[in-house]
Design a protein around this ligand. Structure first.
Ligand code: GDP
Length: 307
């Protein structure tokens, strides 16, 4: 069993490569819910949905989120009512959020509804939200606190980052199965995901770091930072705001308490001594997943690094 800690787009691509090589049922994914947002009364879980849609073959490849060939009639209708439309919810995508919200309203846990959604869409890997309790990533800027989606989608990440907090994390419990999946894995994979706002919230759930320190499994991370910048998204700015160098070495520093191996890009080969200083063994590979073949090749390199 391989257990993966995952954010959205980068994670989903690597996991799609991985399930081309291993039995999908041998993969358990622990997903970030720090990005979850309530919109129009609906509970939206962007990272869980990106992983689910990607593994189900439904993802909109061009956008990297949402359902392929979706339409936005409801969004246009809501605009006419003066509702918030900065967060794009497609018509087919809405079915997922309606089903999730209605199930939660009837008393289901987020774990149960996440499992029902992935099964209904034909995903054979297990997907666990990091917690059934709300944990919300908040970013403090000069104008005050923003939710992650306000920061990333509404403000397009173009605001000064003064502080990052994981609201609710102290009181949250790991979702059922999360700690077990880390403790009993053959290997734990930290996906190429934003260290501050995708992996950070998972690590903030009490018990997760302890499980990573104690597991006998090899813990391997794939660097989301290549040649001094994030491949996509705001990871660089968020790492810099946390005082971390924007490099695989910065990621290794953030994870150094429990990380064994890091797969870095060929262009970052020179950072090998820095990684070793953090007690992390580097493995060099081509880490840009620009097509399916490269996703599978990288997943193969990860499996080889895991022995
Ligand atoms: P985001 O930062 O909000 O976009 O959240 P994610 O956790 O989904 O971040 C995606 C992360 O994956 C970013 O930090 C990217 O740099 C990284 N990423 C995306 N595509 C690739 C890829 O092909 N290779 C590598 N190494 N990293 C990637």
């Amino acid at each position: 069993m391989i257990t993966a800690l995952a954010g959205g787009t980068g994670a989903a691509k690597l996991l799609r490569g991985l399930v081309a090589l291993i039995a999908p049922a041998d993969l358990t994914v622990i997903g970030n819910t720090g990005d979850d947002i309530e919109l129009w009364g609906l509970h939206v879980s962007p990272d869980l949905d990106t992983v689910t849609y990607t593994l189900a073959g439904l993802i909109d490849e061009a956008k990297g989120w949402g359902v392929r060939d979706d339409t936005f009639h409801c969004l246009q209708g809501m605009a006419a009512f003066g509702e918030q439309t900065w967060f794009n919810l497609g018509d087919r995508d809405l079915a997922t959020h309606l089903f999730r919200t209605e199930s939660l309203r009837r008393g289901a846990t987020l774990s149960a509804v996440t499992d029902a959604i992935r099964r209904s869409l034909g995903v054979r890997s297990r997907l666990l939200p990091m917690s059934d309790q709300p944990v919300r990533t908040k970013i403090r800027s000069t104008t005050g606190w923003l939710t992650f989606q306000e920061f990333f989608v509404k403000e397009k990440g173009q605001v000064e980052i003064l502080e990052v907090a994981y609201e609710g994390a102290d009181a949250a419990l790991p979702a059922p199965g999360v700690l077990d999946a880390i403790s009993h894995a053959r290997a734990v994979l930290i996906c190429p995901s934003n260290p501050v706002t995708s992996i950070g919230p998972i690590l903030a759930v009490p018990g997760v770091v302890g499980a990573l320190k104690e597991t006998r499994a090899v813990v391997l991370a794939l660097s989301p930072i290549v040649a001094g910048a994030a491949v996509s998204g705001p990871a660089g700015a968020l790492m810099a705001a946390r005082g971390l160098p924007v490099s695989p070495a910065g990621v290794a520093r953030a994870y150094s308490e429990w990380l064994d191996v890091m797969v870095i890009d060929r262009r970052d080969q020179g950072l090998t001594p820095e990684l070793l200083q953090f007690g992390v063994s580097p493995v060099v590979a081509d880490t840009l997943m620009t097509d399916r073949q490269r996703e599978v090749a990288l997943a193969r390199a990860v499996l080889e690094a895991l022995g």
